[in-house]
Design a binder for this molecule. Structure first.
Ligand SMILES: Nc1ncnc2c1ncn2[C@@H]1O[C@H](COP(=O)(O)OP(=O)(O)O)[C@@H](O)[C@H]1O
Ligand SMILES: [Mg+2]
Length: 363
């Protein structure tokens, strides 16, 4: 049987471009080459797409961009094409059929439903949540509202559009104070990731500055009560009601909170599997993770992040539909704990993607 053709997308026009290069490197190294033929496609920060035939080792630091063999590659929405259009050096176009796409992308334009919508139009199976679920999990306000409706506990929250704050800042601040009751509060762009634009505000002045900072990332802003507690994460794999929820991992951020530096740069944040929690609490987290995954319509994979207050109160923080897949990332580590190597995990994710598109699980 011929090998399935897999395209791995990396980079992206996103504030998480660099993180994506790390995730893609892990995926490209781990994927089973005896089963799959892999085409890496790099997306530069300017949004241009390139077929990258070079060495995997040049992806991490961005040197892939200057490889002379890169060719423009286009993903077209036309479902009769079913693949990538590649522009050769003589300007002729050829179609490369693709059986499944792995979007090793994070944040805007990668995890937010945009690329998923394009892949749905193109009729190409892809790893991870569909367009609507990706968009709902990316937008922290939409996520919180859906979780609230489903009765899943979370931090107290309120939200506003940046233009509301800009036109009437005093009223906006008073409303936030009324909704949340006390400082400190956490201010986040509704659509961002990797802690970009997230800050803690101890008072009114800091709240204004935090809103202005978040507004640089997104026009919609979420403000939450500050949760003091443990930060824990659960990895979920599967479609519909056939789900594997991993044990729970705990993060001990090296900085005041789990900011971009603590996540990717300093490498000193602690990671404990399983989390320092009683087994009953771990079970509550696993079942809540599955419920939230289903409420948000997830498929393929998601990492569901929680806070635990006083060792027992479980509060859902967010769902990440394309969680980090670097060598130090929680999702692959949790799955490894469940007995799935990166190679096996990627194989399962491809099967889940193909199955969702109704083309047979064993294709
Ligand atoms: N309500 C909150 N209370 C306390 N800390 C928070 C709260 N919300 C976020 N944080 C801290 O900020 C980090 C980033 O926020 P998060 O909502 O996870 O956004 P991102 O999508 O950027 O990861 C969290 O990992 C946590 O350390
Ligand atoms: Mg987070």
């Amino acid at each position: 049987m011929s090998k399935l053709q897999i395209a791995v997308l990396f980079g992206g026009a996103s504030s998480e471009h660099e993180v994506s290069r790390m995730s893609a490197t892990t995926v490209l190294r781990a994927i089973d080459k005896s089963r799959y033929e892999v085409t890496p496609v790099g997306i530069k920060k300017d949004g241009s797409w390139w077929l990258y035939p070079g060495d995997i080792g040049l992806i991490l630091d961005g040197r892939w961009e200057s490889c002379p063999d890169n060719l423009p590659a286009f993903l077209v929405p036309d479902a009769s094409v079913g693949g990538l259009l590649i522009r050769d050096s003589d300007h002729s176009d050829t179609v490369k059929k693709i059986d499944c796409v792995i979007p090793a992308l994070h944040g805007k334009n990668g995890e937010d439903g945009t690329i998923q919508g394009l892949l749905q139009l193109a009729g190409i199976p892809f790893v991870g949540c569909d367009m609507t679920s990706s968009a709902a999990c990316m937008d922290k306000v939409i996520t919180n509202v859906m979780l609230e409706q489903a009765g899943i506990p979370q931090a107290r929250f309120t939200w506003l559009y940046a233009y509301e704050f800009q036109s009437a800042p005093d009223e906006a601040v008073l409303k936030i104070e009324k909704d949340l009751g006390s400082y400190p509060v956490f201010v986040k762009p509704a659509n961002a990731g990797s802690s970009v634009g997230v800050s803690k505000a101890e008072n009114r002045e800091e709240l204004r500055a935090a809103i202005a900072k978040a507004a640089k990332e997104d026009g919609k802003i979420l403000i939450e009560e500050n949760i003091v507690g443990q930060e824990v994460e659960c990895a979920v794999l599967g479609n519909e009601d056939d789900l594997l929820a991993s044990t729970v991992g705990e993060i001990a951020p090296s900085n005041e909170f789990y900011d971009y530096e603590a996540k990717y740069l300093s490498g000193t944040s602690g990671l404990y599997i399983p989390a320092h929690l009683e087994s009953g609490v771990i079970e509550t987290i696993r079942s809540t993770a599955q419920k939230a995954y289903q409420v948000l319509g997830c498929s393929g994979l998601a990492r569901v992040d929680f806070f635990v207050r006083n060792g027992s109160e479980v509060l859902l923080n967010e769902l990440n539909t394309l969680p980090g897949f670097t060598s130090i990332s929680m999702y692959p580590k949790l799955m490894e704990h469940e007995g799935l190597s990166n190679q096996e995990l990627i194989h399962r994710l491809i099967q889940l993607a193909v199955k969702r598109m109704g083309k047979g699980a064993d294709a």
